[in-house]
Design a protein around this ligand. Structure first.
Ligand code: ATP
Ligand code: MG
Length: 463
């Protein structure tokens, strides 16, 4: 594999490793040996001493799959997928003194958004000497609705200590033509897009249009999903902070349940299509009697159902704690025709409140089967509290590494990519792959089995 060529495959013994191609500027050309590039300014940075191995070469890749069954029972894949490793390149595509950069956040809030913005600004400014850095206000619509906000390290100094997004965020407002025109009018050379699955699909569309118009503008995505529902990368930023906050809500529910006769604590946690937060908070808190997630259907009445299980737990312990992910049991809640059609500004279906519905079903069941007996159901919905907190230490560090990885890639001319950790190493992945990759909880693997062994909850399989 020749240095500078991002497309080659390499064979090591019988193994063929094929790096997933990430587009590079200038558009629609391969890496050109005579392309005008610039030496990386880190060479001149007083704090760095680039030595052998400091710069990442295009030959440096990370394998997607790192566990293999060598028993021979399952055939090994003929070719092993790999991604280009993130990090500074010796030669860069952009002249840092000339470029203009835009940063935008879209979708819902997530702990760490401000850290990513801060580190993009500080990294671009301090590592590469970029001086024209702008924040796009209030999501995609901000490209054509508001004047960009000039950003510098002094301004963003303490942003990592704040929850939310100082740049503000929004749903809807995706107008491709206006967005691309704004990028051209403001002469942005680099656009960093921070957001969830919808935002990443929007970024793919912008990237495709930028390619079609052959503009030398790099589009980089930094995937944000507090639910951890994006695949390929190890985990998304904000997730660990969310699990920590979720645990606090579970503790409160436990205290409430313990302090009442037949006390039931019910906590709704984030997770529209995946139950990772509910699962991790359940495993780490140990106070949860039953964890309900979208990937595992459940039912209320009859043998093996939730009511029968709660009946036993209340008899044994006098209290019980239930955790439910917001996307669980959505099919069980009766919906009016209007509710069936309801969508948010971005076109996502509106979820009904599973926690409120479950609380009312639990109350009806108890009053029906235990007339005159006391019950206390305390419903805690910490969703907005969880989303709005600043990132914890682990997520803060993670956001920093994500932002810096993205900067190094963009400066080297990569475009249409997302930076993220794969098996512990940071890599560049085409945005389109990440935008479409789901990450459901695998209810067949050991983690879900572990939940069931910790709390002995029903499997909800009707027999
Ligand atoms: P969250 O994790 O909060 O759901 P998200 O990025 O998925 O984050 P959305 O509200 O779905 O949040 O989308 C954010 C932005 O992306 C909106 O401006 C929306 O219009 C735009 N968007 C969503 N889906 C697409 C798509 N398929 N094509 C273009 N733009 C999209
Ligand atoms: Mg989304």
């Amino acid at each position: 594999m020749a240095a500078g060529d991002d497309e080659c495959t390499a064979s090591v013994g019988e193994i063929t490793i094929s790096p997933v191609k990430v587009q590079r500027l200038p558009h629609l050309t391969h890496y050109l040996p005579n392309l005008k590039t610039f030496p990386n300014p880190l060479d001149r940075n007083q704090f760095y001493r680039p030595s052998d191995g400091f710069y990442i070469s295009p030959c440096d890749v990370i394998l997607r799959q790192i566990t293999y069954d060598l028993s021979g029972i399952f055939p090994l894949p003929p070719s092993h997928l790999a991604y280009h490793r993130a990090g500074p390149r010796k030669q860069i595509f952009f002249d840092p003194s000339m470029i203009r950069v835009a940063i935008v956040t879209c979708g819902g809030l997530c702990p760490g958004l401000n850290t990513v913005i801060r580190e993009l600004v500080v990294g671009l400014w301090e590592l590469y000497g970029v001086r024209q850095i702008y924040g796009i206000i209030a999501g995609y619509r901000g490209f054509y609705s508001f004047e960009p906000m000039a950003l510098n390290p002094k301004l963003v100094e303490d942003w990592h200590k704040r929850g939310g997004s100082v740049l503000e965020t929004s749903r809807g407002g995706f107008d491709l033509e206006k967005i691309v025109n704004s990028i051209k009018d403001h002469e942005f050379d680099q656009v960093y897009v921070i957001g969830g699955d919808g935002t990443m699909r929007g970024a793919v569309t912008i990237f495709d249009e930028i390619c079609r118009q052959k503009l030398n503008v790099s589009i980089a995505g930094i995937p944000k999903t507090v639910d951890n529902d994006i695949s390929i990368i190890d985990r998304s930023f904000g997730f660990q902070t969310a699990v920590e906050m979720a645990q606090q809500a579970i503790s409160a529910a436990h205290v409430e349940a313990e302090s009442a006769v037949n006390g039931i604590g019910l906590v709704k946690l984030m997770g529209r299509s995946t139950g990772h937060i509910a699962l991790h908070a359940t495993l780490s808190s140990r106070d949860v009697d039953c964890c309900l997630i979208p990937e595992n259907e459940f039912y209320l009445e009859g043998k093996g159902g939730l009511f029968e299980f709660l009946e036993q737990r209340l008899k044994q312990n006098g209290h019980a704690v239930l955790v439910v992910a917001e996307g669980a049991g959505q099919d069980m809640i009766p919906r009016s025709d209007a509710q069936k059609k309801e969508t948010d500004e971005s076109g996502n279906p509106v979820f009904l409140d599973i926690g409120r519905w479950l609380k009312s079903e639990l109350k009806s069941w108890w009053d029906r089967d235990h007339p005159g007996e006391l019950v206390t159901i305390k419903y805690i919905d910490p969703m907005y509290m969880v989303r709005a907190v600043p990132a914890n230490a682990t997520d803060n560090l993670y956001c920093t590494l994500l932002a810096h990885s993205a900067i190094h890639g963009v400066m080297a001319g990569y475009t249409g990519f997302v930076s993220g950790p794969i098996n512990g190493n940071y890599a560049y992945i085409p945005i389109a792959e990440v935008a479409n990759a789901k990450n459901p909880v695998n209810t067949m693997d050991h983690k879900w089995a572990w939940v069931r062994s910790v709390n002995n909850q029903p499997d909800f399989i009707k027999r």
